[in-house]
Design a protein around this ligand. Sequence first.
Ligand SMILES: Nc1ncnc2c1ncn2[C@@H]1O[C@H](COP(=O)(O)OP(=O)(O)OP(=O)(O)O)[C@@H](O)[C@H]1O
Ligand SMILES: [Mg+2]
Length: 346
Amino acid sequence: MFGKKKRVVGLDIGSSQTKVVELLPGKTKRLINYGISRILPDAIVEGEIIDREAVLDSIRTLFESRNITTRDVVIGLAGRDVIIKRIIMDRLSEAETREQIKWEAEQYVPFDINEVSLDFDVVNPNYGENQQEVVLVAAKNELINNLTALLKELNLNPVIIDTAAFAIQNAFEYNYQPSPDEIIALVNIGAGMTIINVIKGSSSLLARDVYYGVNSYINKLQKEIGFNYEDAANAVKGTIPVGASRDSIQAVFESFVNDLSTQIERSLQFLSTVTGEERVNKMYITGGGALIANMVDYLKKRLNMSVEIFNPFKNILYDPSIFAPEGVEVVGPILTQAVGLALRGD
Ligand SMILES: Nc1ncnc2c1ncn2[C@@H]1O[C@H](COP(=O)(O)OP(=O)(O)OP(=O)(O)O)[C@@H](O)[C@H]1O
Ligand SMILES: [Mg+2]
């Protein structure tokens, strides 16, 4: 993506919590530090920063409380101002492709092409007789500039700007070494957004964000059972409020996962239209939403495929006490994107 390799920390500015991950540089990766810090609800809505001070506070707290001194960060972009698209274009040299990509992108990017940053990755140099298949990434400069300015206020320097979807994929490749022909859906269920990235081997077939996540579950619990926000947020994490009925929570959970599954299915249907690839072999879920009790089992049944929770520390060394008292099973999935970002460093 945009930037160079060096000693960095991975910083994931999520809409409900900011996360940071620091890995020991070198070939064998070891976790040396991580942190998670809440943000006020509604500070970030649909990827847009509404309450700048709240976001600044959360990141500042994170770096101070974890004593992080590295100022070079890697961040990931997601949301409406970022487009990831697999396109077919004439087969050209790398340099020529770089020159040509702007004109190609114009057809696919719904923003003014002079106001976006572009990058690409040739995923299949031999498409047909003289074409190549390329994954195009376009991000609005405004988004990049706003984030850069925000980080600058905290004396942080974004040395690499990635996309959230590719950071998650990067974490997956490092930990699971996908085989070249396997088609895998990586699904990050966040608070406000679910990021779906279907990969084949090490290339992305389709990446989409949908604005549906754990917040939708919390809202449903508030609306349908009458919980206040706190009770609803606790119920999501398995603490049933006094006097509440387990069955009614289960019914709301099912309705939420059913809607979420419909969103995922739509993206997977799109996959066959765009790429002709039909069969997703397996789904890995991550993000805070992956921790909801029975999520895996329900998705398995509803989507009729193999589903597993994605542990971003599977192949990373760490002292297990670093995750105490919760354990890596509970903390890991929340840190997936930050791990993928941190892995972009040296
Ligand atoms: N142990 C848990 N069990 C169930 N849900 C949980 C658990 N821990 C966190 N969550 C939920 O997961 C969400 C946070 O997940 P995550 O940190 O991946 O989201 P985010 O990155 O802040 O949001 P987004 O990616 O949408 O911007 C919260 O809504 C929280 O309620
Ligand atoms: Mg997130």
